[in-house]
Design a protein around this ligand. Structure first.
Ligand code: HEM
Length: 360
């Protein structure tokens, strides 16, 4: 059993420490392949190009490439598109005969964001969502061999899906911007995997929106009414994300012996941060319960991580939430969910809901 880091200050220090590194998945796969004789070469090649597993200068090059397309200025420029995504998905939820918050609202937000903001066309919505679910399990620890094979086949399929579209990325989209600038910075394969990484990671936003709506179902109607105010949501968006982000665990490995917050850490030791606990650490935050969200002060939360790997999609997710949430509650003020009928996906690193009936 691993010892979990649950304190905000220690989590923050681990994530900014230059002596704490991302796990090398490609190295792990190579060892596994040598031990079992299984062929993981395709998965290894993709994992090797995923910047979320990189450290140092190579990682920094990828981050520089997406800095402008993913910036707050760029995301604010997409506001009319986020608005159209909000209108379309709210309508879909209103028209559903037995509305489900995930199938009729959260998943459509994600698919439309992939198409209109990231710039990749989704033809088979159901198959695509299943593939992203499978691909996202790549970061989970100790996946059985059989599951790793499935992840490999899925990632190869998604890789082809991105690469088949490279001459037709939506105009002005994130993909089109990255595509116009990658040459001379990263290889062609790395560019495809970079876009794929953004697509897979982007799902956290719609998962977080679903979690916010579920948590709101437990609040009194006068408190829920505040969500109709764009100004209120703008001011409190980080607190909403602090309490409701779907991220559960972050992990790092020590590259040297060190001491953080009085805890000695040995070279090679792997640490797991439990994000919901760090985000409710009573020694750091004045408010630790969602029902007190109305009086919470702006905060430095761990939902987007911190340091070199801090989420590059933070601005995209905040603009999405700020645009969609007020419109949703203006259109459906009585929205709530059957919180005793929530079904979860089988994951360990994130709290992912597969379905929950919505009451509108
Ligand atoms: C509320 C929504 C989101 C949350 C809570 C979230 C959370 C996080 C966290 C905690 C990390 C750091 C992981 C670590 O340090 O181990 C991360 C990294 C990342 N996120 Fe997000 N994310 C969100 C939305 C997005 C979106 C919309 C995108 C892209 C469109 C995205 C793309 C990424 C990528 C590519 C990384 C890896 C960055 C790196 O390793 O340098 N995320 N995210």
């Amino acid at each position: 059993m691993f010892e979990l880091v649950k304190e905000q200050t220690m989590s923050q220090k681990i994530l900014v420490s230059k002596k704490m590194k991302m796990l090398s998945l490609a190295g792990y796969l190579e060892t596994l392949a040598n031990k079992t004789g299984e062929d993981f070469s395709s998965l290894e090649a993709i994992a090797n190009s995923m910047f979320s597993f990189m450290n140092g200068e190579r990682h920094f090059q990828f981050r520089r490439l997406i800095a402008a397309p993913m910036s707050s200025k760029s995301m604010e420029g997409y506001h009319p598109i986020f608005r159209s995504i909000a209108d379309e998905t709210i309508n879909r939820l209103k028209k559903a005969s037995c509305p489900d918050l995930i199938a009729d609202f959260a998943d459509p937000i994600y698919v439309l964001s992939v198409e209109k903001i990231l710039g990749l066309k989704v033809d088979d919505e159901v198959g695509f969502l299943e593939d992203v679910d499978t691909a996202a399990t790549l970061v989970e620890p100790l996946l059985p061999l059989r599951q790793l094979k499935i992840v490999q086949n899925t990632l190869v399929r998604l890789y082809k899906w991105v690469s088949n579209q490279e001459s037709s990325f939506a105009e002005g989209s994130v993909a089109a911007q990255v595509y116009s600038k990658y040459q001379g910075v990263i290889s062609h394969q790395e560019m495809i995997v970079l876009l794929l990484t953004l697509v897979i990671a982007a799902r956290t936003t719609s998962e977080t929106i679903a979690n916010i709506i579920i948590e709101n179902s437990k609040l009194s109607p006068d408190k829920v009414a505040l969500m109709t105010s764009p100004e209120w949501v703008e001011k409190n968006v980080d607190t909403l994300i602090r309490y409701c982000a779907s991220t559960e665990y972050l992990t790092r490995v020590a590259s040297e012996d060190q001491c953080i917050c009085g805890r000695s850490i040995k070279k090679g030791e792997q640490l797991f941060i439990h994000v919901p606990s760090a985000n409710r650490d009573p020694s750091y935050f004045d408010d630790t319960e969602y029902k007190n969200i109305l009086s919470s002060a702006p905060c430095k939360h761990m939902s987007f991580g911190s340091g070199a790997h801090r989420c590059p999609g933070a601005e995209m997710s905040k603009v999405t939430i700020k645009t969609i949430l007020p419109l949703l509650y203006q259109e459906i003020p009585t929205l709530s969910c059957c919180t005793d009928a929530i079904h979860y996906k089988k994951t360990t690193f994130a709290l992912r809901i597969s379905s929950v009936p919505a009451i509108i």
